[in-house]
Design a protein around this ligand. Structure first.
Ligand code: PSV
Ligand code: MN
Length: 386
């Protein structure tokens, strides 16, 4: 295979998982702006996700969030997804939207609240059994607001104990992905604030516990690609929640704020063997003011563009320059790839996959946006907490 053919073939097998919640209404703590045509049910979210996959060809799975996507029959929901050319992906737990969780969930000082949170996590594994999902994605809003509010070390013990119980419940082919976030909603201490804390818990648990890197969950200036390289080196990178941030956990479209950072991350993924392993490439975004489906299409395309550029890095030239200590040549090897306009290459890849070379235009022409505005009248739109 020529080098270009290998790059194209890698791009054709790309898989970006879209999040069910990105299709629903969202906003900030100031206002949730409702949009017309927004899904009312998990099935309608899947129908929208099917549009993203139909036009990009690389978004074959959808992550669910429980209880936002609660249904009576998860097997039937998986079948519905399949009928739409999709599969259900990671199951995301929610231990942050119940009054009982004011002081935390599995780190809460009260054993009864910890039990309630754990039962929810175990229920999420039951759901995975029914949907055929591989990954349980755990993010804990647990933390404290004031020094002295709770015992930091005891909270780690409770976390370890809770995670171990869930880990025991996992099937042979199931994994637990632990997500870290440095602050919010807790402002003084967070129980899983960084990759190191997530890593030590996952290491203790075993192979099926892996760290998930949400690109929006770091302090400004953090070298995320270093974290990615390190986790891959330790076989502990389970996946990504991709999004962009300018200030805090902004959940904007991936690649919008810093496409260069996304390229650097994808380069380390490829360099570290993560592109062809079990790393899950998920989006975790909210489209508060822009149209949701085209924003998700755009996001998938942004990931594709960063990946294409990362695949184009002349790794032999880079390695030679690094060996020679040629700082400028090494940097140039990366920058040459980053500065390549990969849009024509991706258009060609799409044509070879039988797709329209321009997914955004194809979606606009499809009439789906008008159809859902016309048909989805009445009912309760999906959104935060619904
Ligand atoms: C938390 O900020 C987070 O990134 C977690 O992944 C949640 O599951 C997701 O956002 C949606 O609230
Ligand atoms: Mn996330």
């Amino acid at each position: 295979m020529t080098e270009l053919a290998a790059v194209k073939s890698a791009l054709k097998t790309q898989a970006v998982e879209t999040p069910s919640w990105a299709y629903g209404n969202s906003g900030t703590r100031f206002k949730v702006f409702a949009q017309q045509g927004v899904p009312r049910t998990p099935q309608e979210k899947l129908a929208d996700a099917a549009q993203v996959h139909a036009h990009t060809g690389v978004a074959p799975t959808v992550a669910l969030h429980i209880p936002w996507d609660k249904v009576d029959d998860y097997g039937a929901l998986a079948k519905y997804a399949e009928d739409h050319g999709l599969k259900l992906g990671a199951i995301n737990s929610n231990t942050f939207q119940d009054d009982d969780y004011k002081l935390g969930s599995i780190c809460h000082p009260d054993a009864a609240v910890r039990r309630k949170a754990l039962d929810h996590l175990l229920e999420c594994v039951d759901i995975m059994d029914a949907t055929g999902s591989r990954d349980l994605k755990l993010w804990f809003a647990d933390g404290t607001n004031y020094p002295g509010q709770d015992d930091l070390r005891a909270r780690q013990d409770r976390l370890a104990e809770g995670l171990a119980e869930v880990y025991q419940r996992l099937g042979d082919d199931q994994r637990m992905l632990l997500e870290y976030k440095f602050f919010e909603p807790a402002f003084y201490s967070t129980d899983v604030p960084d990759w190191g804390t997530a890593y030590v818990h996952c290491l203790k648990l075993g192979e099926k516990a892996q760290v998930v890197v949400d690109t929006g969950h770091h302090a400004p200036g953090t070298n995320i690609e270093f974290i990615v390289a390190t986790l891959l080196r330790e076989n502990k990178l389970g996946g990504f929640d991709f999004n962009s941030r300018f200030y805090a956990d902004d959940d904007l479209m991936v690649g919008a704020a810093d496409p260069f950072q996304l390229f650097r991350i994808m380069y380390e993924v490829i360099r570290g063997g993560g592109y062809t392993s079990d790393v899950a490439f998920m989006l975790d975004q909210c489209h508060n003011i822009e149209a949701k489906i085209p924003a998700i299409i755009r996001s998938v395309m942004n990931v594709q563009e960063a990946t294409a550029k990362a695949l184009l890095v002349d790794r032999d030239a880079l390695a030679a320059a690094q060996r020679d200590g040629d700082v400028l040549a090494a940097n140039a090897a990366l920058m040459d790839a980053y500065n390549t306009d990969v849009r024509p290459l991706l258009a060609e890849v799409r044509e070879e996959m039988g797709l329209d070379p321009d997914p955004m235009a194809a979606y606009r022409r499809s009439g789906w946006a008008e159809k859902i505005v016309e048909e989805r009248v009445g009912g309760t739109q999906a959104g935060w907490g619904a």
